[in-house]
Write a protein that binds this ligand. Structure first.
Ligand code: CA
Length: 223
């Protein structure tokens, strides 16, 4: 799952991004509102973390523009201001949660997980497809009770597939989940990850099906 972090305090942005990446998410970091607005219009994020006080466009404006385009991804607002009016304003514009600075990284991470759980899995802590189980809090997959050992990119591909069971995901859509803005997104690399995932899923009553020219889907195998 890919997260956008927009924070103009460079040091804070770096430490938050590091913590989120260590937890396994793909994180894009931007430092101003206009860049954020553009990225949110063109990229596919599972969640956005928006600072309120940003250069060029503030966090409220970025949020209003995002909701104006009908995008429903969860948004966590960060603010140095603790005024109630700010919080109400953000919530009215469609923010899902609010965190006042300074905050603990552990709290931010917990809130991100809760928001993703709500939006991705309808509040469930687990997603399933056949014998494959994705624990959203631990961010771990298991197959028939056995933990699956995955690289972060394999993990990102499998997360994207299990989030939309029975639906075809194109290579480009998968690449958008796996690669950040500063990385060379390669649809061809997706084939390699799919190949490796298939090996790891062998015998697990779940498979990745190829639809030529369209993409891949994950489905349970009847036994
Ligand atoms: Ca700021």
């Amino acid at each position: 799952m890919r997260i956008l972090l927009v924070e103009d305090h460079l040091q804070l942005a770096e430490s938050v991004a590091q913590a989120l990446r260590a937890a396994g998410w793909t994180v894009d970091v931007l430092h101003d509102g206009v860049a954020a607005d553009l990225a949110l219009a063109s990229e596919d994020y599972a969640l956005a973390i928006l600072d309120v006080g940003l250069p060029r466009l503030d966090g409220f404006q970025v949020l209003a523009s995002l909701r104006g385009r009908g995008k429903t991804l969860p948004v966590l607002m960060l603010t140095a201001r603790s005024e109630v009016s700010d919080r109400v304003h953000g919530l009215n514009l469609g923010a899902d949660d609010y965190l006042a600075k300074p905050f603990e990284l552990a709290e931010l991470e917990a809130r991100v997980k809760a928001l993703l759980r709500r939006s991705v899995a309808g509040g469930e802590r687990q997603q399933r497809c056949g014998a494959l189980v994705h624990d959203l809090d631990a961010r771990r997959f298991s197959l028939g009770q056995q933990p699956l050992s995955l690289t972060s990119r394999e993990q990102a591909v499998l997360e994207a597939l299990i989030a939309r069971p029975g639906r075809v995901m194109s290579k480009d859509q998968l690449a958008a989940q796996v690669f950040g803005l500063d990385q060379d997104a390669s649809a061809d690399a997706i084939e390699i990850y799919i190949h490796r995932l298939r090996k790891k899923l062998e015998g697990g009553a779940v498979r990745i099906v190829t639809f030529r020219g369209l993409g891949y889907l994950l489905e349970a195998v009847d036994e």
